[in-house]
Design a protein around this ligand. Structure first.
Ligand code: SF4
Length: 350
């Protein structure tokens, strides 16, 4: 285990406050925070799952999903166990939630017994796999934040980009700590009301919105995802609020609207209907978003990128595969692409 970077001593010697995520847990000596991965040991906060990797894979970057960031490249993807949310419909509950559901006694002892991977090895594996980036994903990187920063520093020195796939439940301190190291993020905007965030995820809406704004201000390439769940967040008003918020930050931020499948503690939910996805797509377009994509569903044309200026097809996709790419790299600018037909600047890194 490693001491964490972001914490605040409190007046009482028994408590220390973690500043990694918006829960800002005040953790008593001998106890863990909400995520069960940060522990107060004798007045110092430790990341007790540091270096433990429970999932690793070479994924197309499109799977994150990121459609405007180094398209067609591989991203070495890792996760440590845990989460700071407890989403009832979690798609990775086996690594993010189930250990919390069991009565493990001491989380410290539980994690102590698990194998650790040095940060250098992650970078080496990513390079060996010919990836262009490392993704901190599957569970939320907030629960392996210090490990991620250590990997990210080495990754940058070796020319790799860094990607967070996240619920966006961060503090100003953690977002600024990642500034200059984090290149891209896909952030979930799961709902646009606080009640659902609290009831279904164990979080709040406002910190997520603030994180999106600050990531964007810090120059992180951003794409947003909303998992649409019929009877939970498929009403027009809520969808429009999400789209309007994204437009207020930047109408060029790609928005992925994703189909829900019943999982974990939402087995009674329904698979999202095709018409719900199409309806949300149309609401997003009417709100002024330039790039909207359907996810977890095969809807011909709804995964493609069109030029917002001339309307021509720029990137034709099927699933995670790129069938056609008409975005050309602007000369000398690593982060810019432009339409092959009219020269319009396309948001992203190409
Ligand atoms: S990462 Fe978040 S949930 Fe975990 S201890 Fe820190 S503030 Fe609490």
């Amino acid at each position: 285990m490693n001491a964490i970077r972001l914490y605040r001593k409190l007046e009482s010697d028994d408590f220390v406050q973690c500043l990694i995520c918006a829960h800002k847990c005040k953790i008593k000596k001998g106890m863990t925070g909400v995520c069960k991965t940060i522990a107060n040991v004798d007045g110092i906060l430790y990341s007790i799952n540091y270096g433990i990797i429970v999932a690793k894979s070479v994924d197309p970057v499109e799977k994150k999903p990121l459609f405007h960031f180094l398209p067609g490249t591989g991203s070495y993807s890792i996760a440590s166990p845990g989460c700071n949310f407890r989403c009832l419909g979690c798609q990775n509950a086996d690594i993010s939630q189930t250990y919390r559901d069991e009565n493990l006694g001491s989380y410290l002892e539980y994690f102590n017994g698990m194998q650790k991977t040095p940060p250098e090895d992650v970078v080496e594996n990513a390079l060996k796999a010919n990836c262009k980036s490392i993704s901190y994903t599957y569970t939320d990187p907030a629960v392996f934040f210090d490990y991620s920063l250590d990997v990210m520093e080495i990754a940058h020195k070796k020319g790799l980009k860094n990607i967070f796939v996240t619920n966006g439940y961060y503090t100003e301190e953690s977002i600024n700590a990642a500034k200059g190291l984090l290149d891209a993020a896909n952030v979930d905007i799961k709902f646009f009301n606080d009640t659902s965030y609290r009831r279904i995820c164990g979080g709040r809406l406002e910190p997520v919105l603030e994180s999106v704004e600050l990531f964007h201000k810090n120059g992180v390439h951003l794409e947003l995802t909303t998992l649409l769940i019929d009877e939970y967040n498929n009403n027009d008003e809520e969808i429009k609020k999400i789209a309007d918020f994204i437009v207020s930050v930047d109408k060029n931020l790609p928005w992925h609207i994703s189909r829900f499948f019943p999982l974990y503690k939402m087995q009674d939910g329904r698979v999202t209907e095709e018409k719900t996805i199409i309806n949300a797509y149309n609401i997003g377009k009417a709100a002024g978003l330039n790039y909207i994509y359907a996810g977890n569903i095969r809807l011909d044309g709804y995964e493609d990128t069109h030029c917002p200026s001339c309307g021509k097809l720029l990137i034709k996709r099927r699933g995670y595969n790129i069938l056609e790419n008409n975005v050309i790299k602007a000369s000398g600018a690593e982060s810019e692409g432009k339409c092959k037909f009219c020269g319009y600047k396309i948001y992203g890194m190409f």
